[in-house]
Design a protein around this ligand. Structure first.
Ligand code: SF4
Length: 189
C-alpha cells in the first residue's frame, strides 16, 4: 500500500484543476503518519502557498496555540490538511468544481491515516465533510459519527482573528475535543 510520502510526491505535481496555474506550492498537509486526529481547513492562504505548509500564517499561529492548550502538536500527535491543496486566488472560497477535483487527495490521506476524529476548521470544510447545511456556530462541540469516525466542526482560526469574541466558544470546542480524544484515541496522549 502507498505511503503518505509517495502520495505527497504525486500530489505535488497535480494539475487536476485550474488552481494549479496560480499556485506557488501544493500544500499537501503536515503531521505524523499515525495521527488519530485530523484537522481539515478549506485551503492554503498566501503564507501557506509560499512555504508549502498548512496553517503557517497568523491564523496558523493561533491554531498552534489552541493545539498546544490541549497537548496536540503537528510534529508529534496530529495531522493538518485542507479541502483544496492549492491556494485559491485572493483567498476566495474554493469553487465546488475545485473541491470536487481535489477531494480524491484528501480521501487517500484519510485512507492512509485512518483518523478516529476529524476536526473541520470553518464552514467550507464542515459543509463539505459533515453536512451541506452544517453551522459551526449553531452546533458547537458536537461529534457526529460517520462510519465509525467522529467529525466535529469548529471555527476557522482566521475567523477568530476577525472576531475575537468567538474565542471562548472555540476554546470550549477544543476542550470537548481533548475529552473526546481521551475517550476514543489510544496513542495520542
Ligand atoms: S487544488 Fe487540488 S486538484 Fe487542484 S491542482 Fe491543486 S492539488 Fe490538484
Amino acid at each position: 500500500m502507498m505511503d503518505l510520502q509517495t502520495l505527497q510526491a504525486q500530489c505535488s505535481v497535480c494539475r487536476r484543476c485550474p488552481l494549479c496555474e496560480t499556485r506557488t506550492h501544493v500544500v499537501f498537509g503536515q503531521g505524523v503518519p499515525d495521527a488519530e486526529v485530523l484537522f481539515v481547513g478549506e485551503g492554503p492562504g498566501q503564507s501557506e502557498d509560499e512555504q508549502g505548509l498548512p496553517f503557517v500564517g497568523r491564523s496558523g499561529q493561533l491554531l498552534d496555540k489552541y493545539l498546544f492548550a490541549i497537548d496536540l502538536d503537528r510534529g508529534r500527535n496530529c495531522y493538518i490538511a485542507n479541502i483544496v491543496k492549492c491556494r485559491p486566488p485572493q483567498n476566495r472560497d474554493p469553487l465546488p468544481a475545485e473541491s470536487e477535483a481535489c477531494m480524491p487527495w484528501l480521501r487517500d490521506q484519510f485512507r492512509l491515516l485512518r483518523p478516529k476524529i476529524v476536526v473541520c476548521l470553518g464552514r467550507v470544510a464542515a459543509q463539505r465533510l459533515i453536512r451541506a447545511d452544517f453551522s459551526v456556530t449553531k452546533e458547537p462541540g458536537l461529534f457526529i459519527d460517520k462510519g465509525g469516525v467522529l467529525f466535529m466542526g469548529t471555527f476557522h482560526p482566521a475567523a477568530l482573528l476577525r472576531n475575537p469574541a468567538q474565542k471562548p466558544d472555540a476554546f470550549a470546542d477544543f476542550t470537548a475535543l481533548r475529552d473526546k480524544i481521551g475517550e476514543v484515541c489510544t496513542h495520542t496522549y
